[in-house]
Unconditional design. Structure first.
Length: 307
C-alpha cells in the first residue's frame, strides 16, 4: 500500500486484542451491528495515537480533540477522560505493547432503532472501539511522497468542518481516487480550499519551504492536526521561520522543499508535486523540522510515561 499511511507488515499483529465497549476481544471477534450509527451513517469521531517509548504521545491534545468533536455532534462518549485513559492502558498492557504502536480510538453514536440521519433514533450508548497495532514506516521510493493536485476541494466549516475528526472521509477518499486516476503513482492528493488556495493533502497536513521559510495553509480549511500544531510550535520556538498563508498552487510549485505531517508518519518528505521533482527531497529545513519533532516526542514520552 503506497502513501503517507504505508506501514511495514509485522507478525506481532496477528494475535493482538481490541478494546470494544469495555471488553478485550480478539481481533477476529471484534464486531459491531449493522445498525450501528458508525456503520450506517459514518456518525462518529476518532483519534490516531502513537505509542513511543512507553508513552501515548501528546495524549491530552488528542483527547481534547476527541471530546470536543463528540460534543459538537452531541455524542455522549459515556467515559470520563480518566476512564478512557484506563481503557487505553488496559489494551496496551494486555497486548504487551510499549513502543512502535499505532492506536485508533473510535467513538460512534452507537446502536440505532433504524438507520437514518436522525440522532434521536440512537438507543443511548455510544460504541467505543480501540485498536492497537505495531506500525513502522517503510522506506519511501525516491525518499518521499508523490503528490497530485486535484479538483476535489476541502470544505468550509459551515459545509463540512474538516477540523472535526469525523468518521466520514468520503470527500477525502474521492480526492485520493482522483489523484490515483490522474497518476497511478500518486501517494496523496494535494487539495485546494473553496477559494482555490492550497489547503492540505487528503490524509495529512501539508507544509512547504521557500527561501528557508516554512509555509503552510491558514488552517481554516484543513485538519486540526496535532502533529501540524506541534510543527508550528517547533518553528515558533526557533526551528525555522514560519508563515501561515493562503496561496495558489503555483506558489507551492516554486518551493525548494515540502513535507507532510500526521500521527502515523510524523514528518514525511515530499519528492514531487504533479510530476515535478522537488528541488530538494528531505532537504535541510525538512531535516531540521524532523529533528525538532523527534525531540518533542522524546520529551513528551519522558514527561508522560503511560505503560
Amino acid at each position: 500500500m503506497p502513501g503517507s499511511q504505508d506501514f511495514a507488515p509485522d507478525p506481532r499483529n496477528a494475535n493482538l486484542l481490541v478494546h470494544l465497549n469495555g471488553a478485550l476481544v480478539p481481533t477476529e471477534a471484534a464486531k459491531v451491528s449493522i445498525f450501528d450509527a458508525g456503520f450506517g451513517m459514518g456518525d462518529g469521531v476518532w483519534e490516531g495515537l502513537r505509542l513511543h517509548k512507553r508513552a501515548l504521545l501528546f495524549l491530552d491534545a488528542h483527547l481534547d480533540r476527541l471530546y470536543a468533536g463528540a460534543e459538537a455532534i452531541r455524542i455522549d462518549i459515556g467515559l470520563t477522560r480518566d476512564q478512557m485513559r484506563g481503557a487505553l492502558r488496559e489494551l496496551l498492557e494486555a497486548n504487551g505493547m510499549t513502543d512502535g504502536g499505532h492506536l485508533r480510538l473510535m467513538v460512534t453514536r452507537g446502536l440505532k432503532a433504524t438507520i437514518n440521519q436522525d440522532p434521536r433514533n440512537a438507543l443511548g450508548r455510544a460504541t467505543v472501539a480501540i485498536t492497537a497495532e505495531y506500525k513502522t514506516k517503510p522506506p519511501l521510493p525516491g525518499g518521499g511522497l508523490a503528490l497530485r493536485s486535484v479538483t476535489t476541494r476541502t470544505s468550509r466549516a459551515d459545509t463540512f468542518d474538516m477540523r472535526l475528526n469525523s468518521h466520514s472521509r468520503l470527500n477525502l477518499i474521492r480526492a485520493l481516487i482522483e489523484a490515483i486516476d490522474l497518476d497511478p503513482e500518486a501517494d496523496e492528493a494535494l487539495m485546494l480550499d473553496p477559494h482555490g488556495q492550497v489547503a492540505s493533502c487528503n490524509a495529512t497536513n501539508f507544509f512547504w519551504v521557500r527561501e528557508g521559510r516554512v509555509e503552510t495553509s491558514t488552517g481554516a480549511y484543513c485538519f486540526n492536526g496535532v502533529t501540524r500544531a506541534n510543527v508550528i510550535a517547533a518553528c515558533r520556538a526557533g526551528a525555522a521561520p514560519i508563515l501561515e498563508c493562503s496561496v495558489p498552487l503555483r506558489h507551492v510549485m516554486a518551493a525548494e522543499e515540502a513535507f507532510v505531517t500526521g500521527t502515523m508518519g510524523g514528518i514525511t518528505p515530499v519528492r514531487s508535486i504533479d510530476g515535478v521533482p522537488m528541488m530538494q527531497v528531505n532537504g535541510p529545513v525538512t531535516q531540521r523540522i524532523a529533528a525538532a519533532y523527534d525531540a518533542m516526542k522524546d520529551a513528551d514520552a519522558a514527561e508522560n510515561p503511560f505503560v
